[in-house]
Design a protein around this ligand. Structure first.
Ligand code: ADP
Length: 162
């Protein structure tokens, strides 16, 4: 049984993430999505909110689990019994950082390998940061995130404005 982990911040979950999740779940026996809680960035959504978001969006896919994690992705992989870390690659600019991280992780844990899935073309421009920026200025984000995530972002922004 091959278990893979897909670590990320997912603040918020986008259709680009979901595309990678659906494709990775079809490749591995089990996919554990790791939601990072000790990120250097200050997230818009708490880790609990992000875990719930991912659980809701992936409820129809039986071989997926969603867990919060902190610390090293390789430690998270070990704790899940995973031999594979999945990462998504968008533009060539992702490549340098992702390669460096994959090689570092391999040095830290030679029993865990990283595999990259190239983004589907229609999501290659999409990032959580862009989604938040567009939403903050009142732009239409319905193409970028599931409808319930769009509503959660709008609600969060309304709360922040109070
Ligand atoms: P991180 O902060 O770890 O980069 P993200 O939540 O931004 O976490 O992304 C998690 C993973 O999903 C990363 O591998 C990232 O490259 C990938 N990813 C993000 N957006 C997209 C997208 N639009 N298409 C494909 N992969 C993506």
């Amino acid at each position: 049984m091959t278990i893979a982990v897909y670590p990320g911040t997912f603040d918020p979950l986008t259709k680009g993430h979901l595309d990678i999740i659906e494709r990775a779940a079809a490749l591995f026996d089990e996919l554990v999505i790791g939601v990072l809680f000790n990120s250097a960035k200050t997230p818009l959504f708490s880790v609990e909110e992000r875990v719930k978001m991912l659980e809701k969006a992936t409820a129809g896919i039986p071989n997926i689990r969603v867990l919060p994690f902190g610390g090293l992705a390789v430690d998270f992989a070990h704790s899940c019994g995973a031999k594979v870390i999945v990462r998504g690659l968008r533009l060539i600019t992702d490549f340098e950082y992702e390669l460096q991280m994959a090689q570092t992780n391999r040095k830290l844990a030679p029993d865990v390998d990283t595999t990259f899935l190239y983004t589907s073309l229609q999501y290659s421009y999409l990032s959580s940061t862009t989604v938040k920026e567009v939403a903050a200025f009142g732009g239409d984000i319905s193409e970028f995130v599931p409808a319930f995530v769009e509503e959660a972002i709008r609600q969060k922004l309304r709360e922040q404005q109070r």
